[in-house]
Design a protein around this ligand. Structure first.
Ligand code: SF4
Length: 293
């Protein structure tokens, strides 16, 4: 099967979005591609900002590829599922340009996970994936009858047909992701890093997913809830690949970066800097000393 995975060209005119507007690696599409590749599918992955393609140009590329299925994300990367642009204007614009030229259509992201019916109506896609998406996208590519695929929702007449709740990926065995070198070169942004000399390209990596805490205001319960830690060797292999492509700064998108001694030692041994979101009360003094703090 031919599958197109698209991170649309995000623009923010008239948006109330308060998050970062720079390009980021679309991790959810990267994991989906790795699984689709492993199943032998022919995959085209596109990113509007990193490739300098507007939504009309993205739609043209997808239509030329003539996929059986097109997947579009409604947040710029997994990092922003917890604080996504609230409106669906940008993925909607891409789908309008595509105008049926991408085969069956799928939306992944926080909008369809939390509010599937309005997302389906606004985007006009065939299905939305509910929850973390990579395994569900791979399953959609395996099945012709999408009504049987768990963790999806679709419109049936005027009503909503949901097949199961939100999906949580096993995550721990995810392979090391690889990215096109021109995407990495275009990623000059060092996320959450200000007022300092920025050496090399930036990149986003995921060492863990979810959070063991339960703050009452947090949206993580709809996706990325339970805490899971990815295998060390895959994380380090991914980081080494990025460094070889010119990355000088890694931002770990983890909801909460719990310090892992082996990973910190690997980072200290490499010519790379990194940023995290964490709770300082979870760090032992010796781990801070390891980082030279
Ligand atoms: S620590 Fe952060 S990620 Fe965890 S529940 Fe609280 S707000 Fe959510």
């Amino acid at each position: 099967m031919k599958v197109a995975l698209v991170n649309p060209c995000w623009t923010y005119e008239h948006s109330i979005y308060f998050g970062c507007r720079q390009p980021h690696l679309p991790l959810e599409l990267g994991y989906s591609k790795a699984m689709l590749d492993a199943d032998g599918h022919d995959v085209l992955m596109l990113d509007g900002l990193l490739q300098g393609l507007d939504n009309a140009a993205l739609a043209e590329r997808v239509a030329s590829f003539a996929p059986d299925m097109t997947v579009v994300t409604t947040a710029p990367t997994y990092l922003f599922w917890r604080c996504a642009p609230p409106e669906l204007r940008v993925p909607g614009e891409f789908l309008n340009h595509l105008a049926g030229g991408g085969g069956r259509t799928v939306a992944v992201g926080p909008h369809g996970s939390a509010t599937p019916a309005p997302t389906l109506r606004k985007l006009g896609v065939d299905v939305v994936v509910r929850g973390e998406c990579e395994e569900v996208v791979a399953e959609l590519a395996r099945q012709s009858d999408w009504s049987k695929v768990a963790h999806t929702a679709r419109l049936q007449g005027e009503g909503l047909a949901c097949n199961g709740g939100v999906h949580a990926s096993p995550f721990v065995d995810h392979p090391a992701l690889t990215w096109p070198s021109d995407w990495v070169a275009a990623h000059g942004h060092h996320h959450h890093r200000f007022d300092t000399f920025q050496k090399g390209a930036g990149a986003e990596v995921e060492a863990s997913r979810g959070c063991p805490y339960n703050c009452s205001f947090c949206a993580k319960i709809d996706f990325r809830d339970a805490y899971r830690r990815r295998k060390h060797d895959a994380i380090v292999a991914e980081i080494d690949g990025l460094i070889a492509q010119g990355v000088g700064y890694i931002y770990f998108i983890d909801e909460i970066f719990l310090p892992q001694k082996a990973l910190l030692e690997a980072l200290v041994d490499r010519d790379v800097q990194f940023g995290v979101q964490t709770r300082i009360d979870l760090w032992k003094p010796e781990l801070l000393e390891l980082l030279g703090a």
